[in-house]
Design a binder for this molecule. Structure first.
Ligand SMILES: NC(=O)c1ccc[n+]([C@@H]2O[C@H](COP(=O)([O-])OP(=O)(O)OC[C@H]3O[C@@H](n4cnc5c(N)ncnc54)[C@H](OP(=O)(O)O)[C@@H]3O)[C@@H](O)[C@H]2O)c1
Length: 262
């Protein structure tokens, strides 16, 4: 297998960090980038000497500019944030801010990486979207909409790169729920503000809280191994597929949902 130079965003925690570990173990050169400077030293210590670790807040233009001269073979757009609440009443500025991170900043970073890849006639841009970028998730629609957009962007860019014919591949990875803490923060965000003047009653909100906690316990995969395997496959493939979904039972569910027209 030919080893590659891979840059991962949001690699300070969760799926990004586990992917960095796996790629390093497989001999790849890894730029593991973090949201905040304070995370750099700890991550470097955890990943070891061979890892290149630096701060890259994807919403910061100066940070993004740092990658212009890096000869990256694979960019993994993993950094993301969550925001939940009903579309009937959520402050639209929260939604706007989420699109800024999950969609626009990832696309701006992608454009910089692409310049270099096109010059070198090859590369792969991986977008970490979500299963809720295929199937809408009520009360998580701000997040779900950003991931629908990201999955659509990946599919569209993939076709554009075929026309460009410079050996650029664009796969999208759509994980189901994994226990990284991300889903807890995502679903809790609605209770930060919904309790105040919500259209939904106290009882409805209390039930929502109980149901969400139950669903999380039931649905979340405890280990990220299955999604990391998919990201590694997309990274190493000569011609990556358009979509990688994990874990397997969610891949089946998403197909069923499509057939049923959900
Ligand atoms: N866990 C799941 O169930 C699940 C399911 C489907 C898709 N995903 C997607 O998988 C990706 C990784 O999520 P995860 O579960 O591993 O959660 P996570 O641990 O919270 O990972 C998200 C990472 O993105 C970083 N980040 C946020 N804003 C950033 C910014 N502006 N610039 C750079 N980095 C930024 C976070 O850094 P800080 O924590 O320091 O802010 C964090 O390290 C996300 O895109 C998420 O949407 C997760």
């Amino acid at each position: 297998m030919k080893t590659k130079t891979v840059l991962i965003t949001g690699a300070g925690t969760g799926i990004g960090k586990d992917t960095a570990k796996s790629l390093l173990a497989r001999g790849h050169t890894v730029y593991a980038t973090t949201h905040y400077q304070a995370e750099v030293a700890g991550l470097k210590k955890e990943l070891g000497e061979s890892a290149h670790v630096f701060k890259l807040d994807i919403t910061c233009a100066d940070d993004r500019a740092q990658i212009a001269d890096l000869e990256i073979d694979v960019l993994i757009n993993n950094a993301g944030q969550g925001q939940s609440g009903s579309l009937a009443e959520i402050d639209i500025d929260r939604v706007r801010q989420l699109f800024e991170v999950n969609l626009f900043a990832s696309l701006e970073l992608t454009q910089i990486a692409l310049q270099n890849m096109v010059r070198r006639n090859g590369g792969t841009i991986i977008f970490i979207s979500s299963i809720v970028g295929r199937v809408p998730a009520p009360f998580m629609m701000p997040y779900s909409m950003t991931k629908f957009s990201l999955s659509a962007a990946a599919a569209g860019l993939r076709e554009e790169m075929k026309v460009l014919d410079k050996g650029i591949h664009v796969p999208v990875v759509e994980p189901g729920p994994y226990h990284t803490g991300f889903n807890q923060t995502l679903s809790d965000s609605r209770f930060e503000w919904m309790a105040k003047d919500s259209l939904f009653s106290r009882q409805q909100i209390a039930k929502m809280k109980t149901d969400t906690n139950k669903q999380m316990r039931l649905l979340e995969s405890k280990s990220t191994a299955s999604v990391v395997r998919k990201i590694v496959s997309a990274t190493e493939a000569r011609k990556p597929r358009l979509r990688y979904v994990a874990p397997l039972h969610f891949a089946i569910l998403v197909r069923l949902a499509r057939i049923l027209g959900v």
